[in-house]
Design a protein around this ligand. Structure first.
Ligand code: 1HE
Length: 261
């Protein structure tokens, strides 16, 4: 594992628990923090022992987004900030395409670049303190960490424009309804995220790779190419040894049925 200064990481069986650890700055994302995220998730991609990841945060804020003070003090040129944004894209791509399910255990503010980070996770779990916003308009800036793709996909273009123009905040059931998170738990988002990650970690790794990357890639394709890619992915995934065992278990009536409680 690469050295970590802004995060902690510990294994819980085959689930890696990553903790954003810059609470004194509300986990604001400096350039160095972004490099650390990129390196960590590059390592996750190559780590066969990690089957799922939970990302949580120390402190009352999940992530306050871009380190606005660093950005202000650095007085960056347009091209310098363009390169910073490309590093954000690389880091969040490394998360989304690490091949393992990544579950966010969210709390408090998930704003600006914090929402860009969270939108790279495959599953987002909110607790009653969690809220989502894109305050870029109020700060006189624009999203630069992938929100125009990932957040727009989650909530739709019109809602994203409203969030950016007005600073509208979503929380609670409304955040689930608009697609910012898939779960809202009355208790600890960490406990719920761990349950979800442990469950997803039981799927064959190749299936999880196909699910966590394939759907996003296919979403970028015209329908004909998408159908071709889907068939290709299914050809490989649905004939893997692990799926043969599971299908045999179904045939032998030893596998769990899909039943509603
Ligand atoms: C920060 C940052 C930050 C806090 N950059 N230092 N993001 C925002 O517009 C959100 C800005 N932050 C806030 O609105 C508030 O800090 C919070 C609502 C998140 C939390 O409030 P609170 O009362 O718990 O904390 P605080 O007192 O505001 O901040 C505590 C410390 O964290 C303080 O530092 P200190 O040294 O004075 O103690 C703050 O300066 C520091 N801090 N947030 C730097 N964001 C690729 S483009 C992405 C574009 C964006 O992300 S735009 C959204 C930016």
């Amino acid at each position: 594992m690469p050295p970590l200064a802004f995060m902690q990481a510990e294994s819980d069986g085959d689930v890696l628990i990553v903790t954003l650890d810059r609470a004194e700055k509300r986990n604001a994302l400096s350039a160095a923090f972004i490099e650390e995220l990129a390196a960590l998730f590059d390592w996750v991609r190559r780590s066969d022992g990690v089957h799922a990841v939970v990302v949580k945060a120390n402190g009352n804020v999940f992530c306050a987004g871009l380190d606005l003070i660093e950005h202000h003090l650095e007085d960056r040129s347009a091209s310098a900030f363009m390169h910073i944004c490309r590093r954000w894209h690389a880091a969040f791509d490394a998360i989304q395409h690490c091949g393992k399910p990544v579950v966010g255990a969210l709390n408090g503010a998930v704003v600006g670049g914090g929402l860009e980070l969270a939108s790279a996770f495959h599953i987002r779990v909110a607790d009653p303190t969690t809220y989502f916003a894109l305050p870029e308009g109020q700060r006189g800036i624009f999203t630069g960490g992938g929100a125009t793709v990932r957040v727009a996909r989650l909530v739709g273009e019109a809602r994203m424009i409203d969030m950016m123009l007005t600073g509208r905040i979503y929380a609670g059931d409304e955040a689930v309804a608009v697609g910012l998170c898939q779960y809202l738990t009355p208790g600890s988002s960490v406990e719920r995220a761990l349950e979800i990650a442990r469950k997803a970690a039981q799927n064959p790794p190749l299936s999880n790779f196909a699910i966590t990357s394939g759907i996003a890639h296919i979403g970028n394709m015209p329908a004909n190419d998408a159908f071709y890619a889907e068939a290709f992915i299914a050809g490989i995934t649905n004939t893997q040894p692990a799926s043969k065992d599971r299908l045999a278990a179904f045939m032998n009536k030893t596998a769990a049925k899909v039943l509603h409680d």
